[in-house]
Write a protein that binds this ligand. Structure first.
Ligand code: RB5
Length: 144
């Protein structure tokens, strides 16, 4: 199961990614938003990240206009490793090295086909563990 949410800057891209995931047979929880009414992206980040932290989801997807604000907000939440991914390489590496549990993209900077490819690159990659786990432990030690 995958959880996704966006602010008003990316609700159209969110629909594209939800359909893409469903076509792959994935169950998706869509936290909204569903239209262009202005909202505050930290509220969306909180809702999606709380679900990721519940352990019921494989990972989370956060979208805003640039992907920047919502990823900054997500990374304030203990236990969240949110990666702003702009291309397939970043998506693959953040899974392999950072084991990001949330990925963020910008609806106003990334087209639908690239976004789908980025999402696929993340989902097709595997965390490599080892020295990378040590570094992740050090990231979370910074929360204390
Ligand atoms: C909303 O206008 C916009 O600021 C937001 O979607 C995002 O780009 C912030 O980083």
């Amino acid at each position: 199961m995958i959880v996704i949410g966006s602010d008003h800057g990316a609700f159209e891209l969110k629909s594209v990614l939800v359909e893409h995931l469903k076509a792959k047979g994935k169950e998706v929880t869509d936290c909204g938003v569903f239209d262009a009414t202005s909202v505050d992206y930290p509220d969306i980040a909180k809702e999606v990240c709380e679900k990721v932290k519940s352990g019921d989801y494989e990972f989370g997807i956060l979208l805003c206009g640039t992907g920047i604000g919502i990823s900054i907000a997500a990374n304030k939440i203990d236990g969240i490793r949110c990666a702003l991914v702009c291309n397939e390489y970043m998506a693959e590496k953040t899974k392999q090295h950072n084991n990001a549990n949330v990925i963020a993209m910008g609806g106003r900077v990334i087209g639908p086909d690239l976004a789908k490819n980025i999402l696929d690159a993340y989902m097709n990659a595997e965390f490599e563990g080892g020295r990378h786990q040590n570094r992740i432990d050090k990231i979370h030690a910074l929360e204390k």
